[in-house]
Design a binder for this molecule. Structure first.
Ligand SMILES: Cc1cc2nc3c(=O)[nH]c(=O)nc-3n(C[C@H](O)[C@H](O)[C@H](O)COP(=O)(O)O)c2cc1C
Length: 133
């Protein structure tokens, strides 16, 4: 399995991950659940009206952390805003519950993919493993 597939699978199995952004000199963190592999990229979804979206626009460097059993995954990288329709439709198909809140025409739904990402899988019992995508 490719590195990016392993990362996406971990996020799916963990169900919830925590997305950290930077606002001036203040870290911000919140739970997220959206994750999608599309055209070889790892996408997450948010709303353009949210503070998290504004923080990413001002500084696209983020880190996410997810936990599953005794393992955890951290992904650090930059998020790129992709306004194209394909990833939005694929995300709504994968996570239909989002349709109650978002649509590709609402001017709010935002798909972001990781660029220059470093992912580290850690556990209490094994040495950490770092992959890049
Ligand atoms: C389990 C869980 C998963 C969530 N997943 C997402 C998500 O994928 N995208 C999103 O925009 N908000 C998601 N949320 C809601 C955000 O955490 C919430 O809107 C948060 O306030 C956004 O951060 P902000 O207030 O700094 O903008 C999720 C909330 C929970 C509890």
């Amino acid at each position: 399995m490719e590195a990016i597939e392993r990362v996406c699978q971990f996020l799916e199995e963990a169900q919830t991950y925590y997305l950290a952004t930077v606002e001036r000199d203040q870290p911000r963190v919140r739970p997220f659940g959206t994750a999608l592999l599309y055209n070889g990229r790892l996408y997450i979804e948010t709303g353009r009206v949210k503070p998290v979206s504004h923080q990413i626009a001002a500084n696209p460097k983020v880190e996410i952390c997810a936990c599953k059993g005794g393992e955890w995954l951290r992904v650090a990288g930059e998020l790129v805003d992709d306004p194209s329709r394909g990833p939005m439709e694929a995300m709504l198909e994968k996570m239909p519950s989002l349709k109650a809140m978002y649509s590709p025409e609402d001017g709010n739904m935002q798909m972001l993919y990781f660029k220059d990402a470093t992912a580290t899988f850690s556990s209490f019992t094994k040495a950490p493993e770092t992959v890049r995508f």
